[in-house]
Ligand binder design. Sequence first.
Ligand SMILES: Nc1ncnc2c1ncn2[C@@H]1O[C@H](COP(=O)(O)OP(=O)(O)OP(=O)(O)O)[C@@H](O)[C@H]1O
Ligand SMILES: [Mg+2]
Length: 276
Amino acid sequence: MSKPETDSTTASGRDPGPAEQAAVRIDEVAVRFRTRKRDVTALREVSLDVPMGEFVAIVGPSGCGKSTLLKMVAGLLKPTTGTVRLNGEKVAGPRHDIGYVFQRAALLEWRSARRNILLQAEMRRMPGEQARRRTAELIEMTGLSGFEDALPHELSGGMQQRVALCRALLHEPPVLLMDEPFGALDALTREQLNIEMNRIWRTTRTTVLLVTHSIPEAVFLANRVVVMSDRPGTIREIIDVDLPAEREYAATLAMPEFASVAGRIRELLGAGAAVE
Ligand SMILES: Nc1ncnc2c1ncn2[C@@H]1O[C@H](COP(=O)(O)OP(=O)(O)OP(=O)(O)O)[C@@H](O)[C@H]1O
Ligand SMILES: [Mg+2]
């Protein structure tokens, strides 16, 4: 691990302009990692506005800087140049008002599903009654009912991922960051979680940034798909997905709009770049 270089001259706040209302605003960002062995430019000239309530999927070749981009939005990593804003406010350090779902569920083995979800509340000192009510709602919403008291090893991979999702949503974050959250799941469980994710997003209206290697997942879930280039990662194209918010799985995949967006992404990524 190394810290990216930071150019302090760009750290000053500048006029955010009319897009201040964007939930996430990434402005001319570059990230460069300098280690003793190598010098890697992970991201270059990346600008992206995500309006409140939008679902954006990010696809691109391995190593093009997708995880780096999410970490930057979360404030876990500083851009070398450029700025990131959350709800108009410049991101200057780790943000606690976001939700983050990682590729692997990262649950505490000795805690039950319910208590893994409640961890979020404990860290934030949320009032107990409110946290318990919200946990019950989320358990119901994600189909975990009956497994509240199960330990992580007693849950399937898909259920563990659901617990991680509940935990990320507990404090009702205005922005949810997801880094290949369903990558380790079998195709059918993944499909089912995609359907649930669409419903959860419609219910909560949270802004979502989802990194995925799956083109169908990106098109099924997103309002817009950001296609990135090889490293150094830049945005090659942003494609609008002109489908209704409420999406029935099989019917959506059969729509001409779905095929046309998926085809365009495949074209941009090149043969073999997309794994699913
Ligand atoms: N902390 C770090 N120190 C040095 N280099 C890093 C660091 N984090 C990421 N990189 C480099 O930055 C580049 C982008 O990494 P990143 O993890 O963002 O890629 P990614 O698009 O998420 O890839 P994948 O699809 O495989 O997850 C890679 O070349 C990686 O080696
Ligand atoms: Mg990654």
